[in-house]
Design a protein around this ligand. Structure first.
Ligand SMILES: [Zn+2]
Length: 108
């Protein structure tokens, strides 16, 4: 199984990281120092948010049986969620629901 949601989420996080860099560069062209500071702060928050999401996605990856390794096992040792049903990844995907490639099937 191809992890379409995982690949799509990886791309969205990378796009967000690039947007943050572009915003930071744009901020330096602003004439008012307070605008520079404000936009730079937003860019830093966007970059930190992308880093945070990257770490979450690194944990919530599919294992060799297509179960979510990050969600773990239940009390009797069965996987809690399959990777395409991981509630953490579905929640992260919602942040990018307006982006091309978002599937309505991912709404939880
Ligand atoms: Zn998970």
């Amino acid at each position: 199984m191809t992890d379409e949601m995982g690949m799509w989420l990886d791309q969205q996080v990378e796009n967000q990281r690039h947007d943050a860099q572009a915003l930071k560069a744009l901020a330096t062209a602003m004439p008012a120092p307070e605008t520079v500071e404000w936009l730079t702060g937003i860019a830093d928050t966007l970059a930190a948010d992308a880093d945070s999401k990257r770490r979450i996605l690194d944990v919530h990856r599919g294992d060799d049986r297509e179960d979510c390794a990050g969600c773990g096992l239940d009390a009797i040792g069965l996987p809690v969620w399959r990777i395409d049903q991981c509630p953490t990844r579905l929640a992260l995907a919602l942040a990018y629901a307006d982006k091309p490639g978002y599937s309505e099937e991912w709404q939880s």
